[in-house]
Design a binder for this molecule. Structure first.
Ligand SMILES: NC(=O)c1ccc[n+]([C@@H]2O[C@H](COP(=O)([O-])OP(=O)(O)OC[C@H]3O[C@@H](n4cnc5c(N)ncnc54)[C@H](O)[C@@H]3O)[C@@H](O)[C@H]2O)c1
Length: 270
């Protein structure tokens, strides 16, 4: 329960889903958590829940698409708590209307691509650029990114989302290469389907049954499944881990691509 004692951890998009679960788990592991989100009330509610349970947390309203917000996030963390040990870039561009405009590549919409890139890529890169000098001063730090299984292959929809996460993977490895020798590590988590508000909003029970067909796991993922990996990456237990893209996806990507064909031919469900 003390794997993150004395660590100051900043999380973006921490008002919901994976970010919220991670903020709460980091606090239970002894970290001081800076809970940031575009939606101030959501960040405040999570931070309040942590302090009510005896943990240490502060809430900040941060739009990761705004460099000034990210500078305030890093500066406030350092002035309040003296350091920044862990930065978790997790915020997600959420916009149903834009998502509907991202379903046909022959109607490709650059406004949708740029909106996804602004939050999912540029926000993470700028936050990391601003946090790393503080980590370098101490010769120690861990930067974590939430990428996605969608970054690993082609798809028939969400052309801007998948592309943004693929670009993010490149930066994760570039930061790892640039700062690894100086003690600052960068790693990404690539979740499969995780039961968060965003995922629940777009999937149906039929889709969940189909997800179970492609997972090699007895259940769908929960936010704590990702938070557990984030605790490992934030902690000193992962001190020799740098530049890795971790698939935390219930075994979704571990098989040959034609596994469902084989299972069906053999009449097997598992
Ligand atoms: N849930 C899944 O199945 C799944 C799968 C793969 C990857 N992911 C990734 O996990 C991460 C978290 O997603 P989630 O499912 O927990 O989503 P979520 O919708 O539950 O949480 C996303 C949070 O980001 C915040 N946010 C949106 N725009 C922001 C901005 N500009 N600045 C700061 N915060 C902003 C939202 O207010 C929200 O609280 C995302 O990076 C997402 O791509 C999720």
């Amino acid at each position: 329960m003390n794997r993150l004692d004395n660590k100051v951890c900043v999380i973006t998009g921490a008002g919901s889903g994976i970010g919220k679960a991670t903020a709460e788990m980091f606090a239970r592991e002894g970290a001081t958590v800076v809970v940031t989100d575009l939606r101030a009330p959501a960040a405040e509610e999570v931070a309040h829940g942590i302090t009510a349970a005896g943990g240490r947390a502060m809430a900040l309203a941060v739009d990761v698409g705004e460099e000034a917000d990210l500078k305030r996030m890093v500066d406030t963390t350092v002035s309040e708590f003296g350091s920044i040990d862990v930065l978790y870039n997790n915020a997600l561009f959420v916009n149903t209307e834009f998502a509907m405009r991202d379903m046909d590549i022959l109607e490709f919409d650059t406004e949708v691509l740029y909106a996804n890139i602004r939050v999912n890529v540029v926000g993470s890169v700028i936050a990391t650029k601003l946090a790393i000098p503080h980590m370098l001063k101490r010769g120690n730090g861990s930067v974590i990114f939430t990428s996605s299984g969608s970054s690993l292959g082609g798809d028939v929809t969400a052309y801007s989302y998948g592309a943004s996460k693929a670009a993010l993977n490149w930066y994760v490895q570039a930061f790892a290469a640039t700062f690894g020798k100086k003690g600052v590590r960068s790693n990404a988590i690539l979740p499969g389907p995780i039961q968060t508000p965003s995922k629940i909003a777009w999937s149906t029970p039929e889709m969940d049954a189909d997800f179970m067909d492609v997972l090699n796991s007895p259940r769908l993922g929960e936010p704590d499944d990702i938070a557990s990996m984030a605790v490992f990456l934030a902690s000193d237990e992962s001190r020799y881990v740098n530049g890795v893209l971790y698939r935390v996806d219930g075994g979704m990507s571990c098989t040959v691509p034609f596994i469902s064909v084989t299972r069906k031919a053999l009449g097997r469900k598992d």
